[in-house]
Design a protein around this ligand. Structure first.
Ligand code: ZN
Length: 182
C-alpha cells in the first residue's frame, strides 16, 4: 500500500468538507484548467488531504466546491496494487473491447450510500499532470471504476445519475434520512 501522504509536492493540504448531492457545483460541467501554477498545486494538496480525511479512493475538485477539471486518486487495481495520481483536463478513452463489471459503487458526495452499477472493467484516461505535461492513466478493478467515476464528476454527473430512476430515488431517500439525522 502506498504512503498516504496528505500533501502534494511538499505542499501541505487543508481538509475541506465534501460537498453533498443537491449542490449545483456537482451537476455543472467543470471548467478547463489554464494555469498550472502554485494555486493549482495548493488545490491538489487540499484535494489529497480532503480525500484521505474522508477515507476515499478518489476525489474531484467540484467535491470540495472548485469547478475545475481536476481529480486525484489513490486507489487499488484488480491486483490490489494502489495507484496514486492527479489528472487535469482529462479525456476518457473508450475501451477497445467493452466488458462490463457490475459492482457496488459509492461516492463521498452521496455519503455512506452504495448501489451496484455496471461499468466497463478497464479504463484509460489521458490528460495533464501538475506541470501541464501530458499523462495517461489506466487500470482495472476498482481503479477502472474510480477513473470513470471521477471523470463523470467533472462532466457534472454522479454515479446515481447512471442508475434507474427507481434505484436513484432509493439511494437519495436513504441519503436524505441519514443526512437529516446528522
Ligand atoms: Zn464521487
Amino acid at each position: 500500500m502506498t504512503e498516504r501522504e496528505p500533501g502534494f509536492l511538499g505542499v501541505e493540504g487543508t481538509v475541506h468538507p465534501i460537498v453533498q448531492v443537491g449542490d449545483p457545483v456537482l451537476s455543472t460541467r467543470c471548467a478547463e484548467v489554464t494555469e498550472f501554477d502554485e494555486k493549482l498545486h495548493q488545490l491538489l494538496a487540499d484535494m489529497f488531504a480532503s480525500m484521505y480525511a474522508a477515507d476515499g479512493v478518489g476525489l474531484a475538485a467540484n467535491q470540495i466546491g472548485v469547478g475545475l477539471r481536476v481529480f486525484v486518486y489513490d486507489c487499488p487495481d484488480a491486483d490490489q496494487v494502489f495507484h496514486r495520481g492527479v489528472m487535469i483536463n482529462p479525456t476518457l478513452v473508450p475501451p477497445a473491447e467493452r466488458h462490463l463489471d457490475s459492482d457496488e459503487e459509492g461516492c463521498l458526495s452521496v455519503r455512506h450510500q452504495f448501489h451496484p452499477l455496471a461499468r466497463p472493467d478497464t479504463a484509460t484516461v489521458t490528460g495533464f499532470d501538475h506541470t501541464g505535461a501530458p499523462i495517461a492513466a489506466s487500470g482495472d478493478g476498482l481503479l477502472a471504476r474510480c477513473l470513470q467515476h471521477e471523470y463523470d464528476h467533472l462532466e457534472g454527473m454522479l454515479y446515481i445519475d447512471r442508475l434507474s430512476a427507481r434505484a436513484r430515488k432509493k439511494v437519495l431517500k436513504a441519503w436524505a434520512e441519514e443526512h437529516q439525522a446528522l
